[in-house]
Design a binder for this molecule. Structure first.
Ligand code: SF4
Length: 708
């Protein structure tokens, strides 16, 4: 075919936290009518360190997810299309009226790991610096907040120690609560290509466990006992790095005391695994110098997720396996920019640039922003935030690029709360999500391929996302929409950004503002990028933070010097008493329902659902059932099943499979009530949360089931 022109843009995949580089080429070719047409070709970016040219099936299908079908192309006010001026005036007026009548804490923003860092930055600045409330939370709360809380407790900052090259060097990778073969495929391929032995800790069999050297199918929620037991075992067998413990940590004795009762026999019984298998794992960990613990939502989405994280980190501190090549605790984010959101203060309990709400930090950020009305303390975390919408405490909420009416626990209650909320603003690229249906005002936002900005992946690597397509219809960038509302609220000067590069420079400058040991050194610091030119921003080389005067080329691995971000520089062991999941099975609800992702789908399928080949893997809501359980409940393979919890019901087609353990079920998270009848699996979960992180317990839900 004759080619008129070809333009190649290097961007980043919009799906999982691996953050693969994508090369999108826009080719203009002749069409059949004598005109021309654009064709988008997607390849892995072979220059991007995260994936070195590889893409999984979701990433390589990106071209098939483009196009305007189903897109929200014009603002809608109460279901009627309107002009942008009308829409922005409505948003600003409603926010202003609500704040004036009920105070700043009567409004809230709910953001998303799909947003770019620049979008996140201006949303946080508006709320925490100018409106005067910290009621800004994000769907990252549902994903990684327990990993964040555990890193802060132990390492002194939300600072992921490892990088992807450590996976190449590791001799043992322990995957805990992760089906990485499906959820983080490119990283899993990297693990397979290495010489590392793979141990999978997961209650259910999965594509990942099938390829493991050892699968420990522990009972749901028993991870903390497993790792307390490992700490005890390592101590008993003299496998500790005593010099590291003495020189670089504190509180070891308390952690060991808490672990002391967890003998292998007791752990095997508690976790429902064979003692022989358990000892095989413990011995592998003891005898393998380069060991990585790789964990994800199976650990985090729990009412004790922070504690579970800390038991894993404890084992690495005890053996000095942190800050060295091929070693460390490594949490993997689910979303493309979960970490970028954390960096600007996307979590309600953080201020900005990883700063907590201390008096000094409030003053520091206020001076930097020249802010008129700084929030004075943490805001409401996701579950609390939607509870406050339900109770009427929050009277105006702005939800951006996410679908809480599907993803929150007790999701149908969240949808009802939104329907009854006086003002709901939703900005998104599509107009027919379960959450969009609750909106008074719908704002059309640009999406992947159209937006420009930065994201941070699971190894702290900041990369560019680049727009290579025009904005469709009247869609606008999220940062522009937020700044326009901010200006209408009277904050013109502080939101007079001309481009994402402008925002990025301010964000980078704030990260280094008064950041030194005397002022409580912060991990997140990209101040060396504060003066980059527009051209340098456009041709940004992916880099791992900190990127500052000490590390101008970035930092591949943290803690190589044994200096942690705690005030005294020592990592803290955390003593953990393992707890059972809050949602206990009982006669009425005798089964445990687990949930997660499928190989070819992403979140609520607004993008992946457009690619026919991605639907082929699974076309409808499923329920995975062990054969023994299927027989007991009279369920045939492929039969429609009703699952019921204290909170609601879910319909799925039975997939009878020995990958489930008896007594346990699994359902994918991707479908929702707007796609199929009673298909929202999160609607079944009781919103119990972790006391440290506020992350809800989405993984262990007590349910019953019956064939339909
Ligand atoms: Fe995208 Fe994740 Fe697949 Fe990479 S592994 S192509 S980031 S979905």
């Amino acid at each position: 075919t004759e080619l008129f022109s070809a333009h190649r843009s290097c961007t980043t995949c919009p799906y999982c936290g691996v953050g693969c580089g994508v090369a999108a080429t826009r080719e203009t070719t002749p069409d059949n009518q004598g005109g021309e047409e654009d064709v988008i070709r997607i390849q892995g970016d072979d220059q991007h360190p995260a994936n070195k040219g590889k893409l999984c099936v979701k990433g390589s299908s990106l071209a098939d997810t483009l196009g305007n079908h189903g897109r929200l192309l014009k603002p809608q006010l109460h279901g009627e299309e309107c002009e942008w001026d009308t829409a922005l005036n409505f948003a600003a007026t409603k926010l202003r009226e609500t704040i004036d009548a009920h105070g700043p804490d009567s409004v809230a923003f709910y953001l998303s790991g799909q947003l770019l860092t620049e979008d996140y930055y201006v949303a946080n600045k508006l709320m925490k610096g100018y409106v005067g409330t910290a009621n800004v939370d994000t769907n990252s709360r549902l994903c990684m907040s327990s990993a964040v809380a555990a890193y802060k407790r132990s390492l002194g900052a939300d600072a992921v120690p490892c990088n992807y090259e450590d996976l190449d060097e590791a001799e043992l990778v322990v995957l805990i609560g992760s089906n990485a073969a499906w959820t983080h495929p490119i990283l899993f391929q990297r693990m397979q290509a290495s010489k590392a032995k793979l141990v999978v800790v997961d209650p259910r069999g999965s594509a990942t466990s099938e390829m493991a050297d050892l699968h420990l199918a522990i009972s749901p929620g028993s991870d903390a006992a497993l790792f307390n037991g490992l700490l005890h075992y390592l101590t008993e067998f003299g496998a500790l790095d005593q010099a590291f413990i003495d020189n670089h940590t504190e509180n070891f004795t308390d952690a060991l005391y808490a672990a002391a009762e967890w003998t292998p026999e007791k752990v095997a019984d508690h976790c429902s695994v064979e003692l022989e298998q358990l000892l095989e794992f413990y011995e592998l960990f003891r005898n393998t110098e380069k060991a990585i613990s790789f964990y994800s939502q199976g650990v985090n989405q729990s009412s004790t997720g922070t504690d579970k994280n800390n038991t894993i980190i404890n084992c690495h501190l005890a053996t000095g396996r942190i800050g060295k090549p091929g070693c460390g605790p490594f949490s993997i984010t689910g979303q493309p920019n979960a970490m970028g959101g954390r960096e600007v203060g996307g979590l309600a309990n953080m201020l900005a640039a990883h700063m907590d709400f201390t008096e000094e930090n409030i003053d520091r950020v206020g001076r930097f922003w020249n802010a008129s009305n700084m929030a004075q303390g943490p805001g409401l975390k996701a579950v609390e935030l939607f509870n406050a919408v339900e109770s009427g405490q929050i009277k105006a909420v702005w939800i951006m690029a996410t679908n809480p009416a599907v993803s929150m626990p007790d999701a149908r209650r969240v949808a009802n709360a939104l329907k009854n909320c006086p003002t709901v603003i939703v900005s998104d690229c599509v107009g027919d999500t379960d959450t969009a249906r609750c909106a008074d005002l719908l704002l059309p936002a640009t999406t992947w391929g159209e937006k420009t900005g930065t994201v941070t992946n699971s190894e702290r690597r900041v990369s560019r996302q680049k727009g290579f397509l025009p904005k469709p219809g009247e869609a606008r960038h999220d940062w522009e929409i937020i700044c326009d509302v901010a200006k209408r609220l009277g904050f013109s000067e502080a939101f007079d950004f001309q481009s994402p590069a402008d925002i990025f420079r301010e964000h980078a400058a704030l990260s280094g503002f008064e950041n030194n040991r005397e002022q409580a050194r912060r991990a997140f610091d990209i101040s060396a990028l504060a003066n980059i030119s527009d051209h340098e921003y456009d041709f940004f080389t992916p880099v791992q933070w900190p990127v500052n005067a000490d590390n101008p080329q970035g930092t591949a691995r943290l803690f190589s010097d044994g200096d942690f971000y705690t005030p005294n520089g020592r990592a803290r062991f955390v003593a953990v008493q393992p707890q059972s999941p809050k949602q206990e099975t009982r006669d009425e609800y005798p089964l445990v329902l687990n949930s997660g992702r499928l190989r070819d789908q992403w979140h609520t399928m607004t993008r992946t659902g457009r690619a026919r080949q991605l639907l082929d893997h699974s076309e409808a809501p499923e329920l995975h059932v062990h054969p023994q359980e299927a027989e007991k409940f009279g369920i045939q393979d492929e039969q429609l099943v009703r699952v019921e919890s204290e909170k609601g019901q879910f319909f799925g087609r039975a997939r009878v499979t020995p990958s489930q353990k008896p007594g346990q079920l699994f359902a994918p998270i991707h479908w929702s009530d707007s796609l199929a009848h009673n298909a929202t699996v999160s609607a079944l979960a009781i919103p119990y949360t972790d006391p440290f992180s506020g992350q809800p317990e989405l993984k262990q839900v007590a349910v019953n089931m019956e064939p339909l």
